[in-house]
Design a binder for this molecule. Sequence first.
Ligand SMILES: Cc1cc2nc3c(=O)[nH]c(=O)nc-3n(C[C@H](O)[C@H](O)[C@H](O)COP(=O)(O)O)c2cc1C
Length: 334
Amino acid sequence: MKKLIRYFIGDENIRKIKLNRRMMVNYMSDYKLYKRYSTLYNKSSLENKEADLILNYHSIEKGLLHEKIKPRFARHRVEMLIKLLSDNSIRGSISRSQIRVAFCVMCEYYELHLKLSVDIEDFFPKVEYDQFRTLLKDDYKETFEGALSFNKDEFYKHIESNFYNFSNSRKSIRHFTGEKIDVDRIQNAIALASNAPSVCNRQASKVYLIQNKDDIDKVLEVQGGLNGYTDKIRQLLILTNDRRYYYTIGERNQFYIDGGVFLMNMLYSLHYYKIANCPANWGKMINEEASVYKLLDISESEKIICVIAIGESESKFRVTLSKRRPVEEIFIIK
Ligand SMILES: Cc1cc2nc3c(=O)[nH]c(=O)nc-3n(C[C@H](O)[C@H](O)[C@H](O)COP(=O)(O)O)c2cc1C
């Protein structure tokens, strides 16, 4: 019977049917795990709650970057944070870095409005602020800042330094002068970024430079994460990774990994060439990204990994604190 089926269907078709089934099983497993654990459906684990917390407090950090703070900015985020920070499991885990910093950012937000004599009692009552301070105990610092100020010379002083200093000095910059960077300089940065390792040296990453302001605005509108900073963005890099270089089912997510490795190296390379930059997330659904593929004539075989706004930094600017987890929170010796 088996021989008969093989005879009629053909070995190659049988191989393809088997592959299809394995592909489906594997993609279905990805789907189930994402559904089970991401915050899309779940908000129950501490990690889910922490993710929500980071998303909201980071948004407030971004609001703190503007030279002139917009009074009562990010009200919706503040309301969300008050709710999240009242959760018992969150309060019980205040020793975790991201939870602590969320409380600190909220205290800073409150104090900033106090200084400006702007009333926010309707969405951020004093009683909450007092509680946050009490919960923070010795970790409360009046001097805490969710945004760090730099001048350009100081910011780039470590670019020729050792890796420890260099890596610590890289930060995302969202304030550009609007002046364009020479294409040669960008090219040098991309050449340096191509030192990035990739699976079997397949080098499937590609970088597009977009300079037409209309196109930039269209991409940024779809991107959505740089609202408030888009005016002075005159150059945009789009990093893609090409599916055509991958060949096993086990490699089905490899293009995200290789793209991510390239992205990090590119951020360092841009920093080395003093090109201010801010990566912007491309976690898009297919219907959202379709217009960008069409606009820029990017092959559907390529996955957009990230868009990176680049430019000259202003002489003085602020960056988000973006407090990192201490090593004890992420390094587990088994
Ligand atoms: C893949 C990726 C996507 C990002 N997306 C955005 C974004 O949409 N908007 C934004 O303002 N920052 C974005 N960022 C910048 C992060 O907020 C920033 O890297 C993080 O807070 C750490 O700060 P640092 O880059 O200054 O060290 C993104 C960063 C990465 C790596």
